[in-house]
Design a protein around this ligand. Structure first.
Ligand code: ADP
Ligand code: ADP
Length: 225
């Protein structure tokens, strides 16, 4: 799915990522753990083609998108990637259906096909009957279900989730993780940032980030203290 080689990132004099090497296979479910400020968001911004000002090489499905312009990048993100955030990032004036339909707005698919795709993901995340509700009328867990449905409606190859359970109580968080597990079981590759080791257990593999460096296990992080 993706390969990161010697990736580095600085903000002025501050090194946010240093010599990152990471390969993620098709169908993997990877958790990225690390303390606040360690570089997790910076890393997933690179992986999600949201940040192009890094050093080193990043290949997504063997392609390098470094010299691609912003318009094309938005297109590629829309077609190939799905994003889920801690704070859901739903449009408050849109209802559930309209939020989920957003990634399909510029798609050339026929209207009835789009309708089928939206209803299909609404069912998958368990929100049937809530189509006309606004986000403010939903619980946090339901809002995150909307965000997940929006992320998967285009059937992306890769889902990038940044603290998807961070704003939820642990029971609701588990329900959300069960949705991710199911998506992964049907072949979707998932990269998820989390602070929570219980949440990370849903993943197949965990990597750790500390002061902008990536480690394959917790022990090697501690050995660098
Ligand atoms: P995490 O997601 O692990 O909390 P981030 O990737 O957001 O960490 O940030 C890593 C480090 O880079 C932090 O010290 C943060 O303050 C710094 N940082 C992040 N974004 C910027 C920015 N736009 N300008 C300057 N420093 C930044
Ligand atoms: P997260 O909750 O994912 O760790 P943050 O709250 O650290 O995210 O950062 C939110 C946004 O602010 C990000 O886009 C990040 O790049 C930016 N940011 C973080 N730290 C700094 C900083 N020291 N200076 C400028 N921008 C920053």
């Amino acid at each position: 799915m993706l390969k990161v080689t010697n990736v580095g990132k600085t903000y002025g004099k501050f090194t946010a990522l240093e010599n990152i090497n990471l390969e993620v296979a098709d169908g993997e479910f990877l958790a990225v753990m690390g303390p606040s400020g360690s570089g997790k968001s910076t890393l997933i911004n690179v992986l999600g083609l949201l940040d192009q000002s890094y050093t080193g090489e990043y290949l997504l499905e063997d392609k390098n998108y470094k010299d691609v312009n912003d318009n094309e990048l938005s297109q590629i993100r829309g077609d190939q990637l799905g994003f889920v955030f801690q704070n859901f990032k739903l449009l408050t004036t849109y209802n559930v259906y309209e939020n989920i339909e957003i990634p399909l707005v510029y798609s050339k698919k026929k209207q009835n096909k789009k309708h089928e795709m939206v209803e299909d993901v609404i069912k998958k995340v368990g929100l049937t009957g809530k189509e006309k509700n606004r986000p403010s009328e939903l619980s946090g867990g339901q809002q995150q279900r909307v965000a997940i449905a929006r992320a998967i409606v285009n059937r992306p190859k890769l889902i990038i989730a940044d603290e998807p359970t961070g704003a939820l109580d642990s029971k609701t968080g588990k329900e959300i993780m069960e949705i991710f597990t199911k998506l992964n079981q049907v072949g979707t590759t998932i990269i998820m940032v989390t602070h929570d080791s219980e949440v990370a257990e849903y993943a197949m593999r965990t990597v750790y980030i500390r002061d902008g460096r990536l480690y394959n296990d917790e022990k090697s992080v501690k050995n660098h203290d």
